[in-house]
Design a protein around this ligand. Structure first.
Ligand code: UN1
Length: 511
């Protein structure tokens, strides 16, 4: 399929910074965005300079003073309308996500749906920014806590979810009364531009001050460490690799700023002898090859009970074979697996396959790049299945590509230990019909990940839950549950209406 990008307001060359509905006349280097589908040019963006950034921060500071006093449910109403605007443009934006990032159109639509969902969630949340009331130990004193906005939130997003991650962060920040500066991945700037254009009219008709929803396309050499170091940014939310997160976190930590870190995953599926294998296979294939293995939550390891190991291996390879002719143009209706995002990703994929074999891994399927008419550039690969040991260096690392490692276990304790014995701690699951195994996996002695599921895969989390993980995944939570609290500052208030001074802990201090 093809779609006219003018429908999203994308031109041949576009300015790369906006404060809401207004665009800056950016004068930086030009970033050309090529589609991974066939390597052709989609459009260009003129990057922002440091001056543009300064202009945006000044606007954001000004806007914050106004936005924070707009009642939260009214901010929620703006977010509701943003959700409506996204709904209207779901097909077009889903198309651009697919074209610029390479995930299949169906998943592009799913990503936009996640944005719509988080808008709706945030509308409700805008009336639920509740604190607690506590009973004071002193007579005629009232004590409670309340949540206030925190200021400017920097949102650094990755190419693999080029629009939804902004949604999870920006919508909660907006209802909280914060203003945002979004720095999208320079691999997917057009998706960010399109989102900004979609929301512009809503911002205009609601008189939302310029500076509440900012977006800035800039190279890390222009806006990188200095963004993290900028004291004017109260919270920085980063989605990306563990290496990037570690670096940003160290800089923000030095100035005692706040971060939300959504970093690498190394997600395992435990397949018990009590698993329903039909259901397991369905979920595993989607988890491992969906988005061409480029989700933080992609399935990277299968920890399989020895009694079903051979069966699972055979059925998995059969399933991979059956979809091998459905790798290709992500905008074609029948395609299930699109290209990797760029040549570097392909190199990393091939490198991991080589390395893991040197360590003793056995490649049982795929692991090659695809050539031929159906694959107009070098970005398409045949997803790989590798028998491996959990301690291999390559198995311990996150390779952002469709490689799944098969690992054998005999006891549930061993399976849990294997699940946990990696640096990352994002998503995990167990397939079993056995209650004891399921509960053990979810218990305090079970999976150490931020997400642990039973009888559903590692990827495709709903927005209603808090999303994020432990250890090298960074510890941040965004999206649902009470993740909104990270976007606000908590204040404890005690009010004395006794007409007398009373010190806590019963201290007397007479003079
Ligand atoms: C990511 O890959 O950065 O759980 C996030 C999922 C999606 C989010 C993935 N809802 O797969």
């Amino acid at each position: 399929m093809t779609l006219d990008l003018n429908l999203l307001g994308i031109e041949a060359v576009n300015p790369g910074a906006s404060t809401g509905s207004e665009w800056l006349d950016t004068q930086g280097d030009v970033t050309a965005s090529y589609t991974p589908v066939d390597g052709s040019l989609i459009a260009k963006v003129t990057n922002a300079t440091l001056d543009d950034y300064e202009h945006i921060v000044a606007k954001a500071q000004e806007a914050y003073k106004k936005w924070r006093i707009v009642p939260a449910p009214k901010r929620g109403e703006v977010v509701r309308q943003i959700g409506e605007a996204l709904r209207e443009k779901k097909a077009e934006l889903g198309y651009l996500v697919s074209l610029e990032m390479g995930k299949i159109y169906e998943e592009g639509l799913g990503e936009v749906q996640e944005m719509i969902d988080i808008c709706e969630f945030s509308v409700g949340q805008s009336r639920l920014l509740n604190g607690a009331t506590m009973h004071s130990e002193r007579p005629f004193h009232r004590m409670y806590d309340q949540y206030h906005p925190i200021g400017i939130v920097g949102i650094i997003t990755s190419f693999n979810f080029p629009v939804a991650v902004w949604g999870w962060n920006a919508m909660l920040a907006a209802i909280a009364g914060d203003v945002v500066i979004w720095k999208p991945s320079s691999k997917t700037p057009l998706c960010a531009l399109a989102v900004q254009k979609i929301i512009a009219e809503t911002l205009r008709v609601n008189n939302v001050p310029e500076g509440v929803f900012n977006m800035i396309v800039a190279k890390s050499s222009v806006l990188g460490d200095n963004f993290a170091a900028d004291k004017r940014i109260s919270l920085i939310s980063v989605t990306g690799s563990t290496a990037v997160g570690r670096r940003v976190s160290a800089i923000v930590g030095t100035r005692l700023g706040k971060t939300i870190l959504e970093l690498g995953g190394n997600n395992a599926v435990v397949i018990s002898k009590h698993a329903d294998l039909d259901m397991t296979l369905q979920s595993v294939v989607f988890g491992a090859v969906g988005t061409c293995g480029q989700r933080c939550t992609s399935t990277r390891r299968l920890i399989i009970h020895e009694s079903v190991y051979e069966t699972v291996k055979e059925r998995l390879v059969a399933a991979y074979k059956s979809i091998s002719d459905r790798i290709g143009d992500p905008l074609e209706k029948d395609t299930l697996v699109g290209p990797l995002v760029d040549g570097t990703a392909v190199k990393n994929f091939l490198h991991a396959i080589d390395e893991v074999q040197k360590e003793g891994g056995k490649l049982v399927y795929g692991g090659t790049s695809l050539k031929g008419e159906k694959y107009p550039n070098g970005n398409y690969v045949l997803p790989a299945v590798v028998e491996a040991e959990n301690h291999y260096k390559m198995v311990q690392e996150e390779t952002f590509a469709p490689i799944v490692y098969l690992i054998k276990y005999s006891t549930i304790e061993e399976a849990i230990a294997l699940n946990n014995n990696v640096p990352q701690g994002l998503s995990s699951c167990i397939f079993t019909e056995n209650l004891v195994e399921a509960e053990t996996f979810l218990s305090e002695t079970g999976s150490d990940c931020g997400i642990a599921n039973v009888n559903l895969g590692t990827s495709g989390a709903e927005i209603g839950g808090a999303f994020g993980g432990e250890k090298d995944t960074g510890g941040g939570r965004e999206s649902g549950s009470d993740a909104w609290k990270a976007y606000m500052r908590r204040q404890t208030n005690t009010i004395n209406f006794s007409g007398q001074t009373a010190l806590a802990q019963g201290i007397t201090f007479d003079f």
